[in-house]
Design a binder for this molecule. Sequence first.
Ligand SMILES: NC(=O)c1ccc[n+]([C@@H]2O[C@H](COP(=O)([O-])OP(=O)(O)OC[C@H]3O[C@@H](n4cnc5c(N)ncnc54)[C@H](O)[C@@H]3O)[C@@H](O)[C@H]2O)c1
Length: 151
Amino acid sequence: MRKVAIVTGGVSGIGRAICKELVGRNVFVIIADINEHDGRLLEADLNKEASNAQFIELNVTDYKSVEHVITNVYEEFQRLDYLFNNAGIAMYGEIYDMSMDEWKNIVDLNLWGVIYGTQVGYQIMKEQGFGHIINTSSAAGLGPSPISTAY
Ligand SMILES: NC(=O)c1ccc[n+]([C@@H]2O[C@H](COP(=O)([O-])OP(=O)(O)OC[C@H]3O[C@@H](n4cnc5c(N)ncnc54)[C@H](O)[C@@H]3O)[C@@H](O)[C@H]2O)c1
């Protein structure tokens, strides 16, 4: 049976490359991203030769939406092989210039977005008895660098 993956932030950059790699390995990909316009274009591109992908609009900072999307995918496909918690942003600047909204934005997305996905995805994978969760991280998490405190 064909494997199924969800890739958050799958429209651009690393997530886009993951989506393409997975399709190349015959995995059906759910592109879960906030950017609907480019998401639909990527979906069309990946489906040019066969049905390989589906775009679903998702804001990973909203727990209810994350729960809804992951649960629906599982119900529709009856399996979830891979969950890539990849959506994230970089933010650079002096810490004294940052607003609380900017702090909230990056923590909601880079931290809580990953927690939400893991919380929902892990339960499903435990129930079905298999699956992998992959969180995109950064070397910046291991070593400090100037003007990237929040990141
Ligand atoms: N680019 C790098 O050099 C680098 C290095 C190490 C780690 N990372 C990490 O890799 C991940 C992807 O980075 P990238 O460089 O490919 O970024 P990118 O900006 O190219 O892609 C991020 C994607 O996430 C989506 N997104 C943004 N907010 C979202 C939200 N609230 N809900 C759902 N999707 C949302 C965007 O629409 C975009 O498609 C991030 O977590 C980043 O921190 C990047």
